[in-house]
Write a protein that binds this ligand. Sequence first.
Ligand code: HEC
Length: 128
Amino acid sequence: MRQMIQNCQLFANRALPMLFLVSAGLLVTACTDNLITRFPPPDVVLLQQAQQDDPTITMTDLDHGRKLYLTNCTACHSAEPIERYSLVDWQVILPDMSAESKFNARQERDVSAYVLSYRRMLAQQSTP
Ligand code: HEC
């Protein structure tokens, strides 16, 4: 009995914190992987797409837009998957939600450039 209690204490002292650390680590990895897959950082293809609408958009602007999307736009709800809404929907949602976020013109421009060019890219990929 005494041995069993000691084993239990050993488990609680050593194994539980380890288990906790391992699962916390897995959780963090899973979440960041997911964010990067679902909301990839801008690349050259996305930049070209965005510049078709507005030639003055830069990679930094798109990166700024993505950051706003993942931080400010998640103040009231989680980050909506971009493919969930059509381009036409987004063109209505973005001004509306930029107002909700109290974005200035620059912030609205950057978040819209990121979302719209990303949505357009997805639409092109899905057409054979
Ligand atoms: C102040 C809180 C708040 C912030 C900040 C906010 N939203 Fe929302 N969002 C809401 C609420 C409330 C709804 C649901 C009601 C509605 O559609 O207006 C919503 C709905 C949505 C929807 C679903 C729309 C639909 O037609 O079903 C999308 C997509 C969305 N938000 C994206 C965004 C984006 C992108 C941003 C950043 C630019 C943002 N939200 C910032 C409160 C917020």
